[in-house]
Design a protein around this ligand. Sequence first.
Ligand SMILES: Cc1ncc(COP(=O)(O)O)c(C=O)c1O
Length: 477
Amino acid sequence: MDGEEFRKIGHQLIDDISNFIDSIDQKPVTPNESPTHLQALLGNVSLPENGKPVTDLISKTTDLLFNHSLLNGHPKFLGYITSSAAPIGALADLLAASVNPNVGAHILSPIATEIEKQTIQWLSEFIGVSSDYGGLLVSGGNMANFTAFLAARTAKTPKSIKEDGIQNTSKKLTVYCSKTTHTWIEKAVILFGLGTNAIRWIPTDAFNKMDTTILETTIKDDVEHNCIPLIVVGTAGDVSTGVVDDLSKIAAICKKYDIWFHIDGAYGAPAAIIPKYDHLFDGIKEADSIALDPHKWLYSPLEAGCTLVKNPQNLIDTYSSHPEYYNFNNSEDQLTQNFYEYGLQNSRGFRALKVWLSLQQVGRSGYQKLISEDIALSETLYDLAKKHPELEAVSQNLSITTFRYIPLTHSNNNEALNKLNEEILNEIHTGGKAFLSNAFVNDHYCLRACIVNFRTSKKDIHEIIDIVIEAGRSAYA
Ligand SMILES: Cc1ncc(COP(=O)(O)O)c(C=O)c1O
């Protein structure tokens, strides 16, 4: 494709995307079509033998994506934790893909590397930790947590572990997190050779925070039984209810027992930018590492996660290698940084660009406003549920509200209520008017709304209550 053809097709595509952005609220959140239906749309054909004209391909694909996708940019998409993507992110991805820097090495991506470094600095400032933290952009929360986990393993075990692996450590490595921790932790212990039995699932207290008294007694007990306590994971915004653990207490325990303190702030860490909520994050400055996800509450398009590490040398100690076929360290400049030495990836795309541009487009005050608005909407949802005779408001933290439908004439049988609310959620998913997800809170199956969506308004929240009531009455009828 030459520049002229690209321009023509590109202009049309930009027009179509602009219309999509302006009309997203009028579309169903999801068309709810079966895999069979979707496969029929694509046609059961083999790998094309011959090429096709780009105009046709792009126009057909635009139609496929606009009309057969779940739209997480819809104002009534409040399920799971995927943000409405800021349009500047789409422009950034187009620009990044067009220049296509390989942000694995400085020499291959001179300005892109510097932009990623600045993005890391700004993200550190965003969540209120020292701008000396180092790190990198990764694909999402799982990868951000994995990247930190392996750095913790290198830092807290004998130096020989890199050569000998963990089978030669005479002591068992143990990991501490609350039972609300996201499932990445199970993948991490499998991936990095500790096994799931290494996880000490610490119970939560009445506020759903990690019980730090039990944390400490569990650590002591493990030390007495010849274990090496490796890492404590504090959660800053748990995936189900948005609760932030007592980070400063966890930090103190980690210091006392010389354990790596990691914070999974994939969802909630950005709320630390709001002065009214920053007390929730006391202790964050003590973290050895932090995971946060721009594709959650910074409104970046997928994929954008980030690992921040207090001492960036821990990343280099873990990930750096110098094969003979790399000629990457020929600069005199001490500031030259090769991102392949900071994480698991080698060739790396320019994910940082969309985050870097968003941070400038919106600025600190803009993010304070947007994130505060999401929290206020979540509080409104909670209040409306509390007032409604057929709803029970269950929890509200950061921008996550959980609630459930309870019919007026119901006998309060929990099992039946759980089943009913599950049916309601399924009905909402098929209806396409809104999208919620679920959470279990004290054995109650709840509907869960997580608002990381700058398009959601108060009107949407009121309408979502009506949608839930309608689905509830229909499921109970
Ligand atoms: C607290 C927390 N950690 C980690 C993750 C995983 O993030 P990702 O899906 O981007 O890998 C999530 C996802 O919702 C989360 O809420």
